[in-house]
Design a protein around this ligand. Structure first.
Ligand code: SF4
Length: 195
């Protein structure tokens, strides 16, 4: 796992990362698991570099980007918290990286989301433009192939669900379905354990 992924995972888990006088500060430190502490220790130098670079980067951070590799492979990504261009350039060296154009289609009516339980993959920010599930691609979904391309229209419960911009309920899947998350979501804390 690289520094950007570690930083993103920690921030998504509610931690704040900062660099003060070239020292890496993570808070609240008391909540860090043993695995997280180990990861931070092993990647301290690259985390400091990444955070320093991000602090000096004046380009705006965005949630949605389009990545195009040299071979023409193209997909969209969604970032929580948002990433800057410099951060993504460090992650995808040589790739063309551009902000994803805002969708101009009419938003889905709110009634579309009145089934407060299940969601479609097409509602989820983790669904890439090429149809692949980015959570699966990262290895965040246990028992799921990294090349998983779900049916976008099937209603289901997914612990890696990240609400898209039109979903009025902003809770991610791990909060909506904690039992599923315990069994199927791969986190630093449970990495390597059986489901
Ligand atoms: S994270 Fe879950 S809901 Fe989102 S695209 Fe992947 S499989 Fe679908």
């Amino acid at each position: 796992m690289d520094a950007a992924q570690i930083r993103n995972d920690l921030m998504t888990a509610g931690f704040t990362l900062d660099v003060e006088r070239e020292r890496l500060m993570v808070s609240p430190a008391s909540r860090l698991t043993k695995v997280q502490r180990e990861l931070i220790r092993e990647n301290r130098t690259s985390l400091v570099e990444l955070l320093t670079q991000a602090a000096n980067d004046t380009s705006p951070a965005r949630s949605r980007w389009l990545i195009t590799l040299l071979d023409g492979t193209r997909w969209s990504i969604s970032r929580t918290p948002p990433s800057t261009l410099a951060e993504l350039q460090a992650e995808y060296p040589g790739a063309r990286i551009e902000p994803e154009a805002l969708c101009t289609a009419a938003p889905a009516p709110v009634s579309r989301y009145l089934d407060t339980d299940r969601r479609q993959c097409s509602d989820c920010s983790e669904l890439a433009r090429d149809g692949a599930c980015q959570a699966a691609r990262r290895g965040a979904l246990r028992q799921t192939s990294r090349s998983y391309a779900p049916d976008p229209e099937t209603l289901h419960r997914c612990p890696a669900y990240l609400p898209g911009p039109a979903d009025p309920d902003r809770r991610p899947g791990r909060e909506r379905w904690p039992n599923l998350a315990r069994r199927f979501l791969v986190t630093d804390a449970n990495r390597g354990k059986a489901a």
